[in-house]
Design a binder for this molecule. Structure first.
Ligand code: PLP
Length: 379
């Protein structure tokens, strides 16, 4: 037997409290017992999203929430400004193209963050841009984009909404939907929310609902206006993923006990400790600026394949971290500190990296990175 450790940026480990709650017998989604379950999830999500707006609960992975956020608010031919700074920014472009939006990209070298001024300039030059699409945390490069600054710009344009993929950022980063003026905020279950895959969450502002009212794009399964109506009665349009929503309530309860600020700080500390270890081991960060609290992207040392590090960690040490995606494949590996994560998950990850690297011929004195992380994680 080899004991397994899940330290990937999604799916992430599920706390035992949630696992147990999800093992309960299925209740019927139209029966009265389910109504308080959905009501509680609805309120908990508004707390997490820091919003009074509706937060839709969709039965799909996070990408379903992204797809719905394109075809419920935009028509064919509408102009979209996509911040493409990695694999998930690229996904925005692909989805917008699939629905025949007219896409303009701000392309950013992998590892770097968008300059809000560039968004401001693009909007000033072309006020017909109807949507700005961005990631909060670009999971493929480990970069956090300054959503507060971007929202401040977009909210000045009455005919433009800001659509944020926060699937890997929720719970790890402070994202104030109402205060900052984020119009569409997308989350997923299997990242910071510590659940199995299968739920997407979409927070929608009043400004964005106006876009939905005039949207003619064909839709059936992902119909946000219908979901909004159903949500008022504590229902979803189709069969609710009952077990996942019961688990969601359990995870939200755990987070509420911890407190939102404390959850952000926990992620921030784990991220800082991971970066300190990377430096101590003599590795280079792949993320060049504004590192995310969710995941740390690290360059593979010269002559060592990043995918091999990922494989070594998994096969020899039972640690499932992540390799690189797209153009970064083979060049990097990534370690998550997301969701149900604490001090000894990070210590485990760093110890594993040291052992794997040493085994591959990289000169590292065992314990160097672990020690650096321990210094920062002591209480
Ligand atoms: C994980 C992730 C997604 C969605 O992935 P799914 O596999 O559809 O759940 C989207 N965006 C980002 C930034 C992610 O990290």
């Amino acid at each position: 037997m080899i004991k397994r450790y899940l330290l990937a940026p999604g799916p992430t480990p599920v706390p035992p409290e949630a696992l147990l709650a999800m093992a309960m017998p299925i209740i019927h989604h139209r029966a009265p017992d389910f109504l308080p379950v959905l009501e509680s999830a609805k309120k908990g999500l508004q707390w997490l999203y820091q919003t009074k707006n509706d937060v839709l609960i969709i039965c799909s992975t996070g990408t379903g929430g992204m797809v719905g956020s394109v075809n419920n608010f935009f028509n064919q031919g509408d102009k979209a400004l996509v911040i493409n700074a990695g694999n998930f920014g690229e996904r925005w472009t692909k989805i917008c193209n699939a629905y025949n939006l007219s896409v303009e990209e701000i392309r950013i070298d992998w590892g770097y963050t968008v300059k809000p001024d560039d968004i401001e300039n693009a909007l000033r030059k072309d006020p017909s841009i109807k949507g700005v699409f961005v990631q909060a945390s670009e999971t493929s490069t480990g970069v956090y984009h300054d959503i507060q600054a971007i929202a401040e710009i977009v909210r000045k344009y009455d005919n433009t909404i800001l659509v944020v993929d926060a699937i890997s950022a929720l719970v790890a980063h402070d994202l104030r939907m109402d205060d900052w003026g984020i119009d569409v905020l997308i989350g997923g279950s299997q990242k910071g929310l510590m659940l199995p895959p299968g739920l997407a969450f979409v927070g929608v502002s009043e400004k964005a609902w106006k876009f939905a009212e005039t949207c003619k794009s064909p839709k059936f399964y992902f119909n946000f206006m219908t979901e909004r109506k159903k949500l008022k009665d504590n229902q979803t349009n189709f069969t609710s993923p009952v077990s996942l929503i019961i688990g969601l309530n359990e995870c939200l309860r755990l987070l509420q006990t911890e407190g939102l600020e404390n959850a952000f700080r926990r992620h921030e500390k784990l991220a800082q400790a991971t970066r300190a270890a990377v430096k101590a081991i003599g590795l280079e960060m792949f993320t060049k600026e504004s590192p995310s609290n969710s995941v740390t992207a690290i360059c593979a040392p010269k002559g060592i394949d990043g995918q091999e590090i990922y494989k070594n960690l998994r096969v020899k040490y039972g640690i499932t971290a992540a390799g690189g995606q797209g153009q970064a494949k083979g060049k990097i590996f990534r370690i998550a500190h997301l969701g149900y994560a604490g001090t000894f998950d990070t210590i485990t990850a760093i110890a594993g990296v040291e052992m794997a690297l040493k085994g591959m011929g990289y000169p590292v004195k065992l314990g160097t990175g672990v020690g650096a992380a321990q210094e920062l994680l002591m209480v």
